[in-house]
Ligand binder design. Structure first.
Ligand SMILES: Cc1cc2nc3c(=O)[nH]c(=O)nc-3n(C[C@H](O)[C@H](O)[C@H](O)COP(=O)(O)OP(=O)(O)OC[C@H]3O[C@@H](n4cnc5c(N)ncnc54)[C@H](O)[C@@H]3O)c2cc1C
Length: 322
């Protein structure tokens, strides 16, 4: 629920603006608010795992609904005076020492430091009906959904360089795994591995997902053939959300694995532009909820330390002048 009182006020300057209120952004804000920093999180409300009913593999909260986790996170930030507003940042510029964020609708926010935790977009292959099942019986991550599809007939749909490895991971969860090449080359070594692990290889161009009674029933090929399956595992192309940073001279780069794009940052979360930090999926494509939150906590501590250093240097300079 939007709380209008939390919107940025005219000419207000905060210590840190956080763009994105997923696990990474909320943990940054928690660390900063607890350090008595003024912090505003601007969140467009479309976390990556929203289509899934539960978040798994998360220490002490396994199976929690993603929305419930974020609602708790927002309350924790607010408990310490941090603010979370609903909105989308469409542009960021630097004016002297401050960043000016423009939100859709024209509101502005100025901040001493900028933290980017906008996550990524999963691009599915162009197969009819796949997107409607995403996060339910069309899945990508053996650690997020693998247990839930264990012992089922799993169709691994080839989509990129990670797909053969993906098939081997899903084979750990079910004896009935088939690899749909969908027009992609499969190296001889991988064919041998699949034969050894009992993974069927099925050639042909996949055209559509077949759905019956609100459940996936199979994949249909362009020639009309249908192969039955209970779940599709597909490695999506992962595209970091960061286009609003271009006015700062920051843009995404291709990930070396070919899995997608990311916003480059060092192990502390610092990007190439001083004062701009990144955490979570936007800079670490493989991070799950726990890793994203942990990276956010670490970046929050780094930003606070950076501000402390700046303030100490200013205090020393002021003392020298006195
Ligand atoms: C279907 C699915 C199921 C998953 N299941 C699991 C699971 O079971 N366990 C697990 O550990 N991980 C799971 N994941 C991975 C998990 O979603 C990510 O690890 C996690 O969401 C990353 O957190 P984040 O904070 O980096 O990004 P996100 O959670 O994606 O949050 C980013 C936030 O930034 C906002 N945003 C983006 N651009 C802007 C902008 N310009 N202005 C303002 N706000 C903006 C978005 O709306 C969003 O709310 C799953 C992923 C998918 C796709």
């Amino acid at each position: 629920m939007q709380n209008r009182n939390e919107h940025p006020r005219t000419n207000e300057v905060v210590d840190a603006a956080v763009v994105g209120g997923g696990p990474a952004g909320l943990n940054v804000a928690l660390m900063l608010a607890r350090s008595r920093r003024s912090v505003v999180v601007v969140d467009a409300g479309a976390p990556r795992n929203a289509p899934a009913a539960a978040a798994h593999g998360l220490f002490a909260r396994d199976g929690v609904a993603p929305g419930e986790l974020l609602a708790t996170g927002r309350e924790e930030v607010r408990r310490y005076g941090g603010r979370v507003v609903d909105g989308e940042v469409v542009e960021v510029r630097r004016d002297d020492d401050l960043f000016t964020l423009t939100l859709a609708g024209g509101r502005m926010l100025r901040a001493r430091r900028l933290l980017v935790t906008t996550g990524l977009i999963d691009r599915l292959p162009d197969v009819e009906g796949l997107a409607a099942r995403w996060g339910r019986d069309v899945v990508h991550c053996p650690y997020c959904h693998g247990w839930e599809v264990r012992d089922r007939r799993i169709a691994v749909l080839a989509s990129g360089p990670a797909s053969p490895h993906h098939a081997l991971l899903f084979r750990q969860l079910s004896d009935t795994v088939a690899y749909f090449t969908n027009g992609r080359h499969l190296a001889e070594e991988q064919r041998t591995q699949f034969a050894a692990r009992g993974i069927r290889i099925i050639d042909g161009d996949v055209a559509a997902a077949v759905v019956e009674d609100d459940a996936l029933a199979g994949l249909r090929f362009a020639d009309g053939r249908v192969e039955a399956c209970d779940a599709v595992a597909v490695a999506t192309r992962l595209e970091a959300r960061a286009s609003f940073l271009r006015p700062l001279g920051l843009d995404v780069v291709e990930h070396p694995s070919g899995a997608g794009t990311q916003l480059a940052a060092d192990s502390f979360g610092r990007t190439a532009v001083p004062g701009v930090w990144a955490a979570g999926n936007v800079t670490d494509l493989m991070a799950q909820v726990g890793a994203s939150a942990a990276a956010g906590a670490s970046a929050g501590a780094q930003i606070n330390a950076d501000l402390v250093q700046e303030e100490t240097a200013a205090a020393v300079a002021a003392l020298a002048e006195a």
